[in-house]
Design a protein around this ligand. Structure first.
Ligand SMILES: Nc1ncnc2c1ncn2[C@@H]1O[C@H](COP(=O)(O)OP(=O)(O)OP(=O)(O)O)[C@@H](O)[C@H]1O
Ligand SMILES: [Mg+2]
Length: 367
């Protein structure tokens, strides 16, 4: 049986397996799939995830989907919107199962025999929900994940025709941001690595694509009273930038993913048809400063309401994107940033799942 952490992000789904620090990130984007004309096969399966998915939890079954990078290139791709609830989203489940199937058969020591045979994978997974949806949707989310699902790879290079059965035996659901802090507080073997976080009162601001979570953690327990979530994230600001770039330069980014890729690479120059090049940096600066100001206001408000918070960790992909703007907006208020900020949750989910498996092993033997 495998243990994996999986973060069903509205922007991207992250998977990490026990025993491998190497995470896999798949953009949470799909389009309906079809027989592709392939001029040149892609050099990695991740560039062309083309699958048919069956799951008792999906509304529409046995449909063919292009998933992740392949879908992000296409015009009719679907990215998630504010109203989407990741606990109930079919799209997120399709991408998640595809990611688990891919990582399961390629990433670990697990080797299967020949083609045409079905690979069978059994999982205990750790995952999470935002503060705002956790209480109401945790149970439903768990039920959707647990069970037997099937992913068939279609035109994906190296995996063409492989059928993967995924049996999820158990899903341990944590809270976004809180799991990230658990990761920061503990080592790989779950021993304490940071006393201050482990025993302190810590504020977290986890900036995602569609949600921002602000759990307050006391000695590794969630504070019910002060923890809080906002229905906003970086995606809304990326959409505003896309619109503004369109208005000013007549240049259209096909997806948020394409824009944020550019920003990540600090490549702000766009090629206009027949009109040379322009920089979108001033537009990015305007909207990102605005986003940062709003986040800093949220943090200040939290800190005022709960003055025993010792320090505030700002994490998630949004923190990586907004870091210089947040520092600027925060003025004298000190915020803490960490490396690999968008992966802290998924590492935390894996540790929580491992912890649970260890616990049940010890109680099993004790009984
Ligand atoms: N270094 C970076 N520079 C610019 N943008 C980034 C960077 N890292 C992540 N992003 C963007 O930040 C946003 C949030 O990323 P993150 O991975 O935290 O979202 P998510 O977990 O998928 O969403 P949610 O938490 O709402 O479900 C995304 O739009 C992503 O593209
Ligand atoms: Mg997230």
């Amino acid at each position: 049986m495998k243990i994996a952490g999986i973060d069903l992000g509205n922007d991207s789904i992250k998977v990490v397996h026990d025993g491998s620090r190497e995470p896999v990130i798949v953009p949470n984007i799909v389009t309906p799939g079809y027989e592709r004309h392939i001029l040149q096969e892609e050099d990695s399966p991740l560039k062309a995830l083309d699958v048919t998915v069956y799951s008792p939890s999906l509304t529409h079954n046995n449909r063919r989907w292009f998933v992740g990078l392949l879908a992000s290139e296409l015009e009719d791709n679907i990215e998630l919107e504010d109203m989407d609830n990741k606990a109930l989203s079919d799209q997120s489940l399709v991408v998640a199962l595809t990611a688990l199937a891919f990582t399961g058969i390629t990433h670990s020591s697990y080797q299967t025999s020949s083609f045409s045979q079905t690979d069978e994978l059994e999982y205990v997974i750790g995952t999470g929900l935002p503060v705002r949806t956790y209480t109401r949707f945790r149970e439903q989310f768990e039920q959707r994940l647990v069970g037997e699902h099937e992913v068939m790879f279609m035109s994906t290079p190296q995996l063409r025709g492989r059928k993967v059965k995924i049996r999820i035996r158990k899903a341990v659901i944590s809270i976004e941001g809180a799991a990230a802090l658990f990761n920061l507080a503990t080592q790989e073997n779950l021993q304490i690595q940071n006393e201050e976080i482990y025993n302190g009162v810590i504020g977290v601001c986890e900036i995602g694509a569609l949600t921002t979570d602000l759990p307050v953690i006391r000695r590794m327990n969630i504070d019910n009273h002060f923890s809080y979530g906002e229905q906003m994230g970086l995606a809304g600001y990326l959409d505003l930038i896309i619109r503004e770039v369109e208005d000013q330069f007549g240049y259209t980014f096909p997806s948020r993913a394409k824009l944020s890729q550019r920003i990540k690479q600090q490549n702000y120059v766009i090629q206009r048809i027949g009109e040379g090049q322009s920089s979108i940096k001033p537009i990015v600066d305007t909207y990102f400063s605005r986003a940062a100001q709003r986040i800093v206001d949220l943090i200040k408000k939290r800190w005022k309401k709960c003055p025993d918070i010792q320090c505030f960790y700002v994490i998630g992909g949004g923190a990586a994107a907004l870091k210089p703007y947040l520092i600027d907006a925060a003025g004298p208020i000190k915020l803490r940033f960490v490396q690999d900020s968008e992966l802290q949750n998924v590492y935390g989910y894996l540790k929580v799942a491992k912890n649970r498996v260890n616990q049940s092993l010890t109680t099993d033997t004790a009984q």
